[in-house]
Design a protein around this ligand. Structure first.
Ligand SMILES: Nc1ncnc2c1ncn2[C@@H]1O[C@H](COP(=O)(O)OP(=O)(O)O)[C@@H](O)[C@H]1O
Ligand SMILES: [Mg+2]
Length: 287
């Protein structure tokens, strides 16, 4: 149902408010506070803010995983609903997410091939096993991994390779929008640059749009000039290619000067990635 095309932006978020219930019947906590933005087809919007500013909550609302308290989210002009599973399945064809920590999002006991295939099974259950294997191989190619990676487990890969697997799984069904939620934040700078280049190539080849979420303003500026800056659930600055640094909101300046901002979740993920990298040497080439 989210497949229709038209003149409307791919993603339109209007005056979105998301509240979480307060503890012990206290007042609700407003994690997202009257936020509006849109993303056109094949475009990228960066969403930047400190840890706790509401970035992931916006991502969850776009996927229909948390309800909007007020305001609206439209994908292809169709409102997002949290209610019906069938609608969420239909939304998954259009919106996919790549998370910060592939350890958390890739099942460690499954092979890379079956992980990438997951999206296909839900949506194209009629494909033969051979056809699925072929498609998975094509996606591995596309993200710069050898086809032989299909038989590996996530634990046999490096952090960068695992994120390539997560990206392959996200794009195999050609979603119109991919949400990258801190997708490169736990990586070393050189690996980060390679994955950012891969995302740019995919956008060029597939016309995919990105909502690129990060706490690191320097990273987002590598991938787009369109940036929304979030502070305590509010957009305090909207940058585009013409915005000069002198015009930045003081909070944006603070974010930029403070890079890298310590984020406890990201530090934990980095430590986990490091620990794993000490215990196994990835045999594949791409990082
Ligand atoms: N399920 C939840 N229940 C209550 N509060 C939450 C929940 N998830 C997030 N929050 C709070 O909402 C705020 C925004 O969280 P989040 O969207 O995860 O921020 P970010 O992704 O920018 O770090 C934080 O203060 C966080 O503690
Ligand atoms: Mg987050």
């Amino acid at each position: 149902m989210y497949d229709q095309h038209g003149d409307t932006p791919l993603l339109q978020v209007d005056d979105l408010v998301v509240e979480y219930p307060g503890r012990r019947r206290g007042t609700p906590f407003k994690a997202v506070d009257h936020v509006s933005f849109h993303i056109g087809r094949g475009q990228t919007l960066g969403l930047v803010g400190e840890s706790g500013s509401g970035k992931s909550t916006i991502a969850r609302a776009i996927q229909g995983l948390v309800p909007a308290t007020s305001g609206s989210i439209n994908v292809n002009g169709i409102p997002i609903t949290t209610e019906r599973l069938a609608d969420r399945r239909s939304l998954a064809k259009v919106v996919q997410t790549v998370f910060q920590d592939p350890y958390g999002s890739l099942n460690p006991v499954k092979s890379v091939g079956s992980i990438i295939e997951e999206g296909l099974l839900v949506q194209q259950g009629t494909l033969s096993a051979a056809a699925r294997t072929e498609l998975v191989g094509d996606e591995l190619d596309r993200v710069g991994l050898p086809r032989t990676a299909a038989s590996k487990r996530p634990g046999e890969l490096s952090g960068g390779q695992r994120q390539r697997v997560a990206i392959a799984r996200a794009v195999i069904t050609r979603p119109a929008l991919v949400i990258c939620d801190e997708a490169v934040s736990a990586m070393d700078l050189s690996v980060q640059a390679q994955v950012l280049n891969l995302l740019a190539d995919l956008q060029h080849d597939l016309g995919v749009s990105y909502l690129f979420i990060t706490h690191d303003l320097a990273v987002v500026r590598h991938i787009t000039t369109q940036v929304a800056v979030l502070e305590h659930g509010r957009i305090v600055d909207l940058l585009d290619g013409d915005t000069h640094q002198e015009q930045w909101d003081p909070y944006t300046k603070k974010l930029f000067d403070a890079v890298p901002i310590p984020d406890p979740d990201i530090q934990l993920a980095k430590r986990a990635t490091y620990a794993k990298s000490q215990s196994s040497t990835p045999p594949l080439t791409a990082s």
